[in-house]
Design a protein around this ligand. Structure first.
Ligand SMILES: Nc1nc2c(ncn2[C@@H]2O[C@H](COP(=O)(O)OP(=O)(O)OP(=O)(O)O)[C@@H](O)[C@H]2O)c(=O)[nH]1
Ligand SMILES: [Mg+2]
Length: 358
């Protein structure tokens, strides 16, 4: 899974990146925006994988991973000339964490004016919509030009029809996230990687004092269709440098139940609507990530494309059942060891073995 940290300049993206990945990337107040992202990979702590590893004693245990990519601030006069390479890079991520600056720093606000948090959200959304509009309109112009040269296929006409819809939707100020599309329409648009189509989680970055006082702002952001979470960014950055016992004491003091690093496991999965399935054996116990609603062939393809191509069936049981009955043998006796076909919708916590032939 990969997640981009985005936002207006100096909203605290790198500070939060450091907390998430236990890195020490520079967070200089005066430095101009960097030109490349910071990248960090974090293992997803999953008690189920740990338990499966105890049961199977494999040579290798592999947890799922989240890759965080922390980008320089975009969409403001301080981030001029957004070069296309940077935008493409940002849009290649699966989901966005939008960091809003909600800590008070008069000097920063003077150097990098951003306005109140809600205004930052509006600015960012408007800019995403505008950027998508430019992309869609450019493509429409190219299609028109093609028509004049006699390039007209049903596929292009189909694309044109959807792009008109896209432009209309964007023009009304709506992000593409809210445009209902059929699967084949969605497929035709996939290559554009529109900004406003990405799943977004909003992080309100505030000072320690305000940590428990931002429910109203959270609700206002929710009313605009976003999930919002509050984080005391700099505090969490400091926290991530401590050992876990020390960190626990500080967190209790502050009334923080879980560090951002731990909170993000479920936040990331629910933002992207992802679930986990597992493969087990003597060699390896491993967690895999797929979208909720994916079928057995898609899951097989995550492991290896050969497994999807030569898919015969999935042998499958549930983690919870294994825990309850203790062994695969007992599961077989209870009829809880299932054979599933291509169309089977994989469930969170399924343990799967793919039979295939190529
Ligand atoms: N008081 C306070 N300051 C913060 C917090 N988070 C970040 N800062 C400060 O804000 C400044 C910018 O922080 P960064 O994390 O570098 O911000 P950024 O969004 O990565 O900045 P760009 O990448 O340049 O857009 C630094 O001086 C941080 O120490 C916070 O939660 N509270
Ligand atoms: Mg930064």
């Amino acid at each position: 899974m990969n997640i981009a940290l985005v936002g207006l300049p100096k909203s605290g993206k790198t500070t939060i990146f450091n907390a998430l990945t236990r890195s020490a990337a520079a967070t200089d107040k005066y430095a101009p925006p960097a030109s490349a992202p910071n990248v960090g990979v974090v293992q997803v702590p999953d008690a189920r994988v740990t338990k499966l590893s105890e049961l199977y004693q494999p040579k290798k245990t592999i947890y799922a991973q989240i890759e965080y990519r922390d980008y320089p601030g975009i969409f403001s006069s301080h981030a001029e000339n957004p070069d296309n390479a940077l935008f493409s890079d940002i849009k290649a991520n699966e989901g966005f964490v939008l960091v809003l600056r909600a800590f008070a720093d008069g000097e920063l606000e003077e150097l990098y004016p951003a306005g109140p948090a809600l205004q930052q959200l509006s600015t960012f959304e408007e800019e995403m919509i505008l950027s998508d509009q430019i992309v869609a309109e450019k493509r429409l112009e190219k299609i028109e030009l093609g028509y004049k040269r006699g390039v007209k296929t049903p596929a292009i006409q189909f694309e044109e029809k959807i792009l008109f819809q896209v432009c209309e939707h964007l023009q009304s100020g709506q992000p593409l996230r809210t445009l209902q599309l059929h699967p084949e329409e969605e497929k035709a648009l996939r290559g554009f990687r529109f900004f406003s189509q990405k799943p977004i989680l909003v992080l309100i970055n505030c000072s320690e004092d305000d940590y428990h006082a931002l429910d109203e702002l959270k609700q206002e952001i929710a009313a605009r269709g976003y999930t919002a979470e509050v984080i005391a960014g700099r505090f969490e950055e400091e926290l991530s440098k401590l050992d876990s016992e020390e960190a626990k004491l500080f967190m209790e003091d502050m009334g923080i139940r879980e560090s951002i690093r731990d909170r993000f496991t479920s936040l990331g999965y629910s933002m992207l609507d992802y679930i986990s399935f597992f493969t087990v054996g003597e060699d390896e116990v491993r967690a895999w990530t797929i979208e909720a609603g994916d079928n057995a062939v898609t899951a097989a393809g995550k492991i290896h494309s050969d497994l999807a191509r030569g898919f015969i069936r999935a042998e499958c049981f549930r983690y919870a059942d294994l825990l309850e009955h203790g062994s695969e043998k007992h599961l077989r006796e209870k009829g809880l060891f299932r054979l599933e076909g291509k169309e089977y919708i994989v469930q969170d916590g399924d343990i799967i073995s793919i039979r295939f032939s190529v």
